[in-house]
Design a protein around this ligand. Structure first.
Ligand code: SF4
Length: 393
């Protein structure tokens, strides 16, 4: 987990709230904000709200008062990530099948920048095993400044794209030279932590307890339960398998068919049948578990087709950008909130999201299309690890 309150003061958390307030005050800018899935489990803790009161819709109401023009949900682009990542997994397995060689190492998820940087730093020989799919934060930014700018009829340079993340490493991810549009502008202009956005709400003297829920904006506010579960350990794997199953077999699976990958065990593994193939998967959270898994893979003790890794214990719900309560570990509790939202959702498979279907029909074509590759995928080797480590991760 990111250390944001370093006891010796060697690590600093960057505060980007002034930059966002400046953009909000600029009449030439259109300010839109995406809210990551895990944020809804924790933002209300800062204001003493009970979990049932701290809805993402109440946060949307607060953000409108702060001055954002459009409030969207990163769970939308989590669904988009699943469309691309599940397709990529099947494509890799197909290629391996055609060449007659079973891949030595699995495909790893790549939506956690803490994990991506860990691989690049400590296991550079495995970088090509990382999925090329961008994270939901970055896919959202890319779509906001292309598809959505086109829908609004505005020049993408007018859009100021902000994300609210449970994560400090997302700031570094948004700043990567590979996470830009064709014009060189960043897909995400500023990534805020939950703590920063709560400070902004307080600075605006907004009494969140008195706000009513307000709907998110459309179409980038529409999401499935699979997209919301992304914020908990096992959520990416579970969501990806629900869609991969459909892509591989043409059949709609039980949304709870892959529940063996859920829960707080540090290293989970399961085998599922997908068409004529047995797919062996693993889920780890926390970098110590990731190291153990990688070493076991390298020594040949274990073998998988697909592995999810989240750097923070419990996944993003336990991220370093969430409110901190000394001595309390809330990741398990917060994760249950997300699984509950998934279970109560009418839509639980990413490919069923009507806004995703529209985005592909009107703009992207199909998963892994030329445009999807250009906007939604990245070359994990396109940047090198910075020499300095002033900030966390
Ligand atoms: Fe960030 Fe932690 Fe989530 Fe990784 S697991 S994306 S480091 S909050």
């Amino acid at each position: 987990q990111c250390i944001t309150h370093c006891p010796v003061g060697a690590l600093r958390e960057r505060d980007d709230t002034e930059q966002v307030f400046d953009a909000l005050g600029d009449p030439e800018r259109i300010c839109l904000v995406q809210i990551a899935p895990a944020v809804r489990t924790a933002w209300g803790e800062t204001f003493g709200l009970a979990p049932g009161q701290a809805t993402v819709e109440r946060l949307a109401a607060a953000l409108r008062m702060v001055g954002f023009d459009y409030i969207f949900d990163t769970s939308f682009s989590a669904d988009l990530t699943i469309m691309e990542e599940a397709s990529e997994l099947l494509e890799r397995l197909k290629r391996a099948g055609e060449s007659g060689e079973h891949p030595t190492f699995p495909m790893f998820t790549s939506c956690c920048p803490g994990w991506v940087r860990y691989v690049k730093d400590h296991y550079p020989e495995l970088v090509d095993q990382l999925s090329t799919s961008k994270s939901p934060q970055q896919m959202f930014g890319a779509i906001a400044k292309t598809y959505y700018a086109q829908a609004l009829g505005v020049d993408p340079s007018k859009i100021f794209s902000v994300s609210i993340m449970p994560c400090v490493a997302k700031k570094a991810e948004a700043a990567l030279p590979s996470m830009t549009g064709a014009d060189g502008a960043p897909d995400v202009d500023v990534a805020l932590t939950v703590r920063e956005v709560c400070r902004m709400v307080k600075a605006c003297h907004i009494d969140v307890a008195k706000l009513d829920d307000e709907p998110l904006d459309q179409p980038l506010g529409t999401h499935t339960g699979a997209g919301v579960a992304f914020g908990s350990t096992g959520g990416v794997m579970d969501a990806a398998l629900r869609s991969a199953y459909y892509f591989a077999t043409g059949e709609r699976c039980d949304a709870d068919a892959f529940s063996d990958v859920r829960g707080m065990d540090g290293w989970k593994e399961a085998t599922f049948t997908m068409g004529d193939k047995a797919l062996k998967v693993a889920v780890v959270h926390g970098l110590a578990n990731a190291r153990n898994l990688l070493d076991a893979l390298k020594s040949g003790e274990v073998g998988y087709d697909f592995v999810e890794v989240m750097a923070c214990p419990g996944g993003c719900v336990g991220g370093g950008g969430q409110p901190i309560h000394d001595g309390m570990e809330l990741a398990g509790e917060r994760g249950e909130v997300l699984w509950g939202l998934d279970r109560s959702s009418n839509l639980r498979r990413s490919y069923e999201n009507p806004a995703i279907q529209m985005c592909y029909a009107d703009y992207l074509g199909a998963p892994l299309s030329e445009r999807a590759e250009e906007l939604l995928h990245t070359d994990q080797r396109a940047w090198t690890m910075p020499g300095e480590r002033e900030e966390c991760l």
